[in-house]
Design a protein around this ligand. Structure first.
Ligand code: G6P
Length: 362
């Protein structure tokens, strides 16, 4: 669809793509649903997932961050051990493989050379591969045994947004389909929960002014920023930091809340912005403790919490979604923070310096 690749009334593709996320969620629901509101997924992929004793997720950049979330789905819902690897490192430090490995390549473009070189290597070893991509005709898709399509529509901005949330949604569907194939009982219907996520995303994309104001309050003049979270929030904090550094050039790092005290807290000074995510009930107490620790050292803490877990002073409260799917909503204000930070600094939002949309060299 040609209009997909035009900005329309949007000043930047990134903002358009952030706004498209609820639409993409609904599209994924339609594409992966049969007439009976059940998951519809390729039988061969189902079989490959059933047959494997360990999944190796291989990806780069934002797709790697989606893989970290996907590991949680596959382990918690489908009871399959999962390793997530940065593609460029995999070849040097190839882990000892299990007896029946399945390789899952996550790649928006399907063209990332680092991932392709792993695919070539594991194909030589005779292992099966599934590619999860936004571009079904891409190299990684053609060379793998199976493909799952993200249905996110063309993503033009270099900083990936809707592909990340699409990857997470498809990984949730894949994990639940595998659990069903294994006759595991779940009280989690991903299609229904993703519909609620789509609604929540719509609420969030209508809160641009609030997020823009937070950007002014917390990130206006800073040279650095930290993102912290525990459990699923840790993975999203990595992605939030990546978004911010990619397009605004603010030095940003994501950390596990518990790791702060092992080094990073030394960097906290008067006024250092610390974005803390609090969407997980079981770690809410601990992440709040981290917030107190950094505030006591002068940090400007911007707490993004989930409805039901919020406390006085939180800067932003997310609409409630299923606890497994919180990354899909918590990432939205982080994408917007990065967008406005870049905009206010007059950075080239869609084409940041030194970066390419798809990196086809190793
Ligand atoms: C490039 C892009 C990133 C992307 C990464 C992986 O570095 O700038 O936004 O996350 O490649 O790309 P892929 O297409 O494999 O998901």
């Amino acid at each position: 669809d040609a209009s997909d690749t035009e900005k329309g009334t949007y000043p930047h593709f990134m903002l358009k793509e952030i706004d498209e996320q609820p639409i993409v969620m609904r599209k994924i629901i339609r594409e992966y649903q049969n007439g009976d509101n059940q998951i519809k997924l390729d039988k061969d992929i189902r079989k490959a997932m059933q047959d494997t004793d360990r999944v190796y997720i291989i990806a780069a950049g934002t797709s790697y961050h989606a893989g970290l979330v996907g590991k949680e789905f596959m382990e918690k819902l489908a009871n399959i051990p999962v390793e997530v690897h940065v593609a460029s490192e995999f070849s040097y430090n190839m882990p000892l493989l299990s007896e029946k490995p399945l390789f899952v390549f996550i790649s928006q473009s399907g063209e990332t050379a680092d991932s392709r070189s792993v695919l070539v290597k594991i194909k030589e070893l005779g292992h099966p591969a599934l590619t999860i991509t936004n571009v079904p005709g891409s190299t990684l898709s053609r060379e793998a045994d199976y493909t799952l399509h993200l249905h996110a529509g063309p993503e033009i901005a270099v900083a990936s947004t809707k592909a990340y949330t699409a990857q997470i949604a498809v990984l949730a569907i894949l994990a639940v389909d595998t659990a069903q194939a294994k006759d595991l009982t779940l009280d989690f219907d991903p299609l229904q929960e993703l519909a609620l996520v789509a609604n929540a995303m719509e609420v969030l994309t209508d809160q641009k002014e609030e997020v823009e104001q937070l950007t002014r309050d917390y990130l206006a003049t800073t040279r650095n920023a930290f993102f912290i979270g525990r459990s699923a929030d840790y993975h999203v904090s990595l992605e939030g930091a990546l978004k911010l550094k990619e397009i605004s050039y603010i030095q940003a790092e994501g950390f596990a809340g518990g790791e702060l005290k092992h080094g990073t807290i030394a960097l906290i000074e008067e006024g250092t912005p610390v974005v803390a995510l609090a969407t997980q009930k079981n770690v809410n107490y601990s992440i709040r403790g981290n917030v107190q620790e950094v505030v006591a050292r002068g940090a400007n803490a911007l707490v993004i919490s989930m409805k039901g877990l919020e406390q006085d002073g939180d800067a932003f409260v997310l609409p409630k979604v299923h606890e497994l799917l919180t990354p899909l909503v918590s990432v939205v204000p982080l994408q917007l923070l990065a967008y406005y930070a870049a905009l206010h600094r007059d950075c080239d939002v869609d084409k940041p310096r030194n970066l390419a949309k798809s990196v086809t060299v190793e």
